[in-house]
Design a protein around this ligand. Structure first.
Ligand SMILES: NC(=O)c1ccc[n+]([C@@H]2O[C@H](COP(=O)([O-])OP(=O)(O)OC[C@H]3O[C@@H](n4cnc5c(N)ncnc54)[C@H](O)[C@@H]3O)[C@@H](O)[C@H]2O)c1
Ligand SMILES: O=c1ccn([C@@H]2O[C@H](COP(=O)(O)OP(=O)(O)O[C@H]3O[C@H](CO)[C@H](O)[C@H](O)[C@H]3O)[C@@H](O)[C@H]2O)c(=O)[nH]1
Length: 324
């Protein structure tokens, strides 16, 4: 199978790339390297192009044929999206429209799209399933929900088959430590906790300790990047037999508080995570935990990393000696 992997130089995209190539897929990566790393594209073919530049986008399609596109490209910092909404709607919505138009021109009719738990906004139930109301509370989540709606319209108008996969908190790294998470600036909890423990980053700030949760800190559902990669491969197969636009929530179904993550990171690193309590970060819901029953039932998805310590262990191995 020939796949165009947009955003394949990024954190989740590079794990997808490795996963697909190891399973015999032929992959072309398209990335503008705005937040991704050329060093992360260690397999397949690389085309430097920007979704906002139709001519460069065209160069990725020209002379190649693809069975499907997997689309990870996005600006994805919640706080930044509040401050710079135009940039977020331009990159995440207009960029995706350019991609959809190129796919239509070149007869590619299957898409897997990176959506997010942020499409739900404040949860109204403990386990968020696909039927949960979608009421994003920031431009990042709104931009992803707009794309989901465009995909539903594209199915009806153009027969596009699509799978929106809504990740909860992607975490961990390839067990071989050849690729891993390297965002600049790093805003995610697990890398920041590990870098604080290793002394390669500043002390961790715990954003909020007065939330209505058992220990006062936010609760999240951490899912390993390789388990996400497996779901994407299953999503590609699902579209062979299913028309239309579909959406699936992807998480482990278990929530861990920031304090529990700090304890786990300390256990894994064998040393304490230096931290201080800090004010709440704008836009953080207290609890986000997935129900992934639909993905389990319909895709046959079954995450292999169910222990938080095991997930953090793979991240720790990467952060001890990051290659980029
Ligand atoms: N990391 C998470 O926990 C998480 C959770 C939910 C959803 N997501 C979504 O998953 C996707 C990947 O997330 P990530 O953490 O790997 O992010 P990332 O920033 O590491 O990867 C995104 C990649 O897309 C590229 N890119 C961005 N805009 C582009 C453009 N206009 N043209 C070409 N390339 C472009 C970047 O250079 C980067 O390599 C994003 O769409 C994000 O919104 C991530
Ligand atoms: O240095 C830090 C970093 C994070 N946190 C806290 O740790 C929790 C997890 O934060 P992350 O930044 O690791 O993850 P988010 O839940 O904010 O973000 C994830 O979910 C979002 C949707 O809600 C987006 O999809 C985003 O791309 C994805 O990484 C939050 O309560 C946050 O306040 C800290 O206390 N200190």
């Amino acid at each position: 199978m020939k796949t165009l992997l947009c955003g394949g130089a990024g954190y989740i995209g590079s794990h997808m790339l490795k996963w697909l190539v190891e399973r015999g897929h032929s992959v072309t990566v398209l990335d503008n390297l705005s937040t991704g790393h050329r060093e992360a594209v260690q397999w397949g073919e690389f085309v430097q192009a920007d979704l906002l530049d139709p001519a460069s986008l065209e160069s990725a399609f020209a002379g190649r044929s693809f069975d499907a596109v997997i689309h990870f490209c996005a600006r994805s910092l919640v706080g930044e999206s509040v401050a710079q909404p135009y940039d977020y709607y331009a990159n995440n919505v207009a960029g995706t429209l350019n991609l959809l138009e190129a796919m239509k021109r070149h007869g590619v009719s299957k898409l897997v799209f990176s959506s997010t738990a942020a499409v739900f906004g404040h949860p109204v139930q403990d386990f968020i399933d696909e039927e949960h109301p979608k009421a994003p509370i920031n431009p990042y989540g709104a931009s992803k929900l707009m794309v989901e709606r465009i995909l539903a319209d594209a199915a009806q108008a153009h027969g596009l088959r699509s799978m929106a996969l809504r990740y909860f908190n992607a975490a961990g790294a390839s067990p071989e430590s050849d690729i891993g998470e390297s965002h600049q600036p790093e805003t995610h909890l697990i890398p920041n906790a590990l870098r604080a423990a290793l002394g390669t980053g500043p002390g961790l700030k715990v954003f909020g300790s007065d939330y209505p949760t058992p220990d006062g800190t936010c609760v999240r559902d951490y899912v390993h990047v390789d388990d996400l990669a497996q779901a994407h491969e299953q999503a590609l197969a699902y579209m062979d037999t299913h028309e239309g636009a579909h959406a699936f929530n992807l998480g482990n179904g278990q929530g861990f508080s920031v304090r529990e993550v700090i304890d786990a990171a300390s256990r894994v690193a064998g040393r304490p995570v230096p931290y201080e309590l800090a004010p709440r970060r704008a836009g953080d819901p207290p609890v986000l935990v997935a129900s992934s029953q639909r993905a389990r039932a319909e895709l046959g998805w079954s995450p292999r990393y169910t222990s938080l310590d095991d997930i953090i262990e793979t991240a720790y191995r990467w952060h001890r000696n990051p290659r980029y």
